[in-house]
Design a protein around this ligand. Structure first.
Ligand code: CU
Length: 152
């Protein structure tokens, strides 16, 4: 085979392989690619605390945020806010080629019965758990109690 034929053959083999993968698996083939940014925790004033961040999904596979764990609390929940009231939900969608925004006044992480009150400048480690992706560890910098970067 000359060089051109070899390249062509490789290209056909590669695309055939990709097509096969696409057909035979729908959830484990294309893993969601998640990136966390803008994480913070406002300095808590009571025995509970909120957590906010953005999760970007740069893939064609949707995922879900299913739970959050932290040494700060044995009861970390995920909450949505509807009509100014918050309530616990089972998961948040992270759409394919989209993002999940946890912001003040909206969807958020809620740390119940916190074991101590972290101060501004400290960090709180959490672990995000997903339906498909591996868990991601994130450090939330503790900001002023009124910190709200999405509001300008
Ligand atoms: Cu809440």
């Amino acid at each position: 085979m000359n060089r051109r034929t070899t390249t062509l053959f490789a290209a056909i083999a590669l695309s055939a392989g990709l097509a096969l993968t696409g057909c035979s698996t729908d959830s484990s083939g294309d893993q969601p690619r998640l990136k966390v940014s803008g994480a913070f925790m406002p300095q808590p004033v009571m025995d509970m605390a909120g957590g906010f961040l953005t999760i970007e999904n740069d893939s064609d596979t949707a995922d879900k945020l299913t739970s959050v764990t932290s040494s700060l609390s044995d009861d970390v929940q995920i909450h949505e806010t509807k009509d100014q009231k918050m309530r616990e939900v089972k998961s948040f969608d992270i759409p394919a080629k989209g993002e999940l925004n946890l912001v003040r006044g909206g969807n958020h992480i809620m740390f119940m019965n916190i074991k101590q009150k972290p101060k501004q400048g400290e960090k709180v480690s959490i672990e995000l758990h997903f339906e498909k992706s591996d868990p991601i560890k994130v450090d939330l910098p503790v900001e002023a109690a009124t910190h709200n970067p999405k509001q300008h």
